[in-house]
Design a protein around this ligand. Structure first.
Ligand SMILES: [Zn+2]
Length: 312
């Protein structure tokens, strides 16, 4: 093959791959009437996925659209918005941010520009604004995120509505209940419930198939709330990570994992064990299949052991 042909082939390859990557960015599937689901990749954040690892749900009503979680960056959110606009003429009126973590919240700026009403927990917003720039720098430095990922100067308190307890939102032909559960995975987890399809959308309150991240959690309160707070009749539950759950037993991935964490931390404190030793504790059978166990433990244990020492 001539040099010229090789270059030509390479160019075709690059253009082809680029367009595939570009089109693949936003894959959103209709799961029930009016509910669309974007399944985040089941990976650690990296330069290729740019943090698009969390699930997103979109509820399209006759008069308005509600988006649950904003994705990891402004550019991602802009693509999501474009996609939604190709599905409906109804305006994107509401964005619910389940909690402050980058994979759920860093696309918020694009929704502010849309004029959407944005709901978030007040304490979560304070952490988001205060800790966000530092966390974002780490994502850029260590994970290969784009530099213009998010601009915290453009996100003002006046653009956010703090949800204290519950609110019913009317999308025209359907109603959605949003509820602030308080401390669980974060300082204030907000979940949503679509009455029409009996679907819960719960962010990182529930993980499926994957070890739940617990660095910023109140583990005791989280375990209790999983038992108490999902009290409306539901057919489907969309977790923050993993696949859609359609049976109560599907909540056990998260519950059993948290029970294991709780027990392990108490044992570590009693025995004076270090994080590296906790990593060698035997994993119970009922959570052995969960992915990302070791890395999740490494990320969360140190902080939680300190918290437990203060509390108990
Ligand atoms: Zn999270």
């Amino acid at each position: 093959m001539s040099y010229f042909n090789k270059i030509l082939l390479l160019l075709i390859y690059l253009i082809f791959n680029y367009s595939i990557a570009d089109n693949n960015d936003i894959k959103i599937n209709k799961i029930f009437s009016g509910i669309y689901f974007l399944n985040g990749v089941n990976e650690e954040p990296n330069a290729i996925n740019q943090g698009a690892i969390a699930n997103i749900a979109v509820i399209i009503g006759k008069k308005a659209v509600l988006v649950y979680d904003a994705g990891p960056s402004k550019s991602f959110a802009l693509k999501l918005i474009k996609k939604i606009k190709s599905l409906t003429n109804a305006p994107i009126k509401y964005l619910i941010i389940s909690h402050r973590h980058f994979d759920h919240a860093y696309g918020v700026e694009a929704f502010i520009e849309q004029g959407a009403k944005i709901y978030m927990d007040e304490r979560e917003f304070k952490y988001f604004i205060n800790e966000g720039p530092k966390i974002n720098n780490l994502l850029i430095k260590n994970m290969g995120f784009n530099k213009n990922n998010i601009n915290f100067d453009k996100i003002l308190e006046k653009d956010i509505t703090f949800l204290k307890s519950e609110k019913k939102i009317n999308l025209g032909d359907r109603q959605v209940l949003i509820s602030n559960l308080g401390e669980a995975h974060s300082k204030g987890d907000i979940i949503a419930y679509d009455y029409f399809s009996k679907t819960y959308i719960v962010g990182d309150f529930i993980f499926q198939g994957r070890a739940a991240a617990f660095s910023d959690a109140n583990i005791h309160s989280w375990i209790k709330k999983i038992e108490q707070k999902l009290n409306l009749p539901w057919n489907y539950l969309i977790p923050g990570h993993g696949n859609i759950i359609d049976k109560k037993v599907g909540l056990n991935d998260t519950k059993n994992w948290l029970l294991f964490i709780n027990k392990s931390i108490k044992k570590a404190i009693t025995q004076g064990d270090m994080v590296s030793e906790v990593l060698d504790y035997e994993i119970p059978k009922n959570i052995r299949t969960l992915s990302m166990k070791k890395i999740t433990l490494r990320q969360g244990l140190k902080r939680q052991i300190q918290l437990y020492k203060k509390k108990y």
